[in-house]
Design a binder for this molecule. Structure first.
Ligand code: KG4
Ligand code: ZN
Length: 345
């Protein structure tokens, strides 16, 4: 069964084809991505209207590209999957509209997919796929959550951020340091030459006893520190502040993940979402989990941030597990806010 997946929830248009024949993990046939980062950079963040318009421009050429790359034609598609939420309403509507029109024209069924389910299942496309059950640390620009995942469709929220997401903490701190959007990878690069001990920054909710996160106080602390150092911050101070900020975010993510693993008794951790590409986070999780006999699984680096492959994969895995039915009603809606726990199990 060939599934076409379309992702358009934010600032990347992603399209992919997976083959979910048989009982094994769906196989990725091809995927293509257009990132809008360069377009939004001038504004210091995503401009929703521009994002929607660009998705419209990109989605069909990318669809043609993935079909050609996989040696398939439109007629070979069995199901069209799209990101139904959460995300920017206008951007989601582009993917949903294109998916439903394409499916209607082909006489094939459609399936709306939860963006975060795509992220947390994305390591199944890696060379070292996980086995159920596992703890998932979802760390993206919009979400920071710890989930218990027993099987496809069974997602129990263990803890989440009460304010900013981890990616937002990276991005907002990076902006204060004058780095371009999205700041996460830029801050991580700058931190390489810095001293993580140079500035004492808070580790919010580290000892709260629960599995929730809070990152907005950290951003304020970075702002206060930057103001003290300013108006012109030396290169050394900039690198030190970047390293100290990254260390604070990573320490909280690592400690809370270990707590979730201890609490659930599970021996596998899956890390997904854009911040999962962070090298320090990977190093520290690998070291801490290695000492405790815990396996850590990541998506391939190019599938950490938003992409169509994870949407096609999640649709394929849901259909295989009998957790969803693709439909031919073609009357779509989108869910800009959509808690993962509300998915039908
Ligand atoms: O999952 P994603 O592509 O989009 C959302 O669904 O939000 O995540 C994007 C986030 C951004 O905040 C970006 O700065 C962050 O992931 N990010 C990183 C790194 N690469 C991407 N943060 C820290 N270090 C990185 N290497
Ligand atoms: Zn995402």
């Amino acid at each position: 069964m060939i599934v076409l997946g379309i992702e358009s929830s934010c600032d990347e248009t992603g399209v992919a084809l997976v083959d979910s024949a048989g009982a094994g993990v769906p196989r990725l046939l091809s995927h293509a991505l257009h990132s809008q980062i360069a377009m939004h950079q001038a504004y210091g963040g995503v401009v929703p209207e521009l994002a929607s318009r660009d998705h419209i421009r990109r989605v069909l050429p990318l669809t043609e590209q993935v079909l050609a790359d996989a040696g398939q034609t439109l007629k070979d598609i069995d199901v069209v999957a799209f990101t139904r939420g959460p995300g920017l309403a206008g951007a989601l509507l582009v993917g949903a509209g294109v998916a439903c029109s394409l499916a209607a024209a082909l006489g094939k069924p459609v399936l709306g997919v939860h963006h975060l389910e795509g992220h947390l299942l994305s390591p199944f496309l890696s060379a070292d796929p996980p086995e159920f059950a596992f703890v998932a640390l979802l760390v993206s620009g919009g979400h920071t959550q710890l989930m218990r995942v027993d099987r496809v469709g069974s997602y129990e929220l263990l803890g989440e951020t009460i304010d900013d997401a981890a990616g937002e903490a990276f991005d907002k701190s990076a902006k204060l340091l004058g780095l371009p959007y999205p700041g996460g990878p830029h801050l991580a690069r700058l931190a390489l030459g810095g001293d993580a001990q140079a500035f004492k920054l808070p580790r919010p909710l580290l000892h709260s006893g629960d599995l929730d996160f809070s990152f907005s106080g950290l951003k304020t602390a970075v702002l206060t520190q930057a103001k003290k150092l300013g108006p012109v911050i030396s290169e050394k101070d900039q690198a030190d502040l970047a390293a100290s900020t990254q260390a604070a975010i990573v320490e909280v993510l690592v400690k809370k993940s270990l707590k979730a693993l201890a609490q659930t008794g599970l021996k596998r951790l899956v890390v997904a979402g854009g911040v999962g590409a962070n090298t320090l986070l990977r190093e520290q999780l690998n070291a801490a989990c290695g000492q405790r006999g815990i396996r850590v699984h990541y998506p391939e680096l190019n599938l950490c941030t938003d992409n169509g492959a994870m949407i096609a994969l999640a649709a394929g895995m849901r259909l295989q597990a009998g957790m969803a039915q693709a439909n031919t009603a073609y009357s779509f809606d989108v869910k800009p806010r959509w808690p993962l726990g509300l998915l039908p199990a």
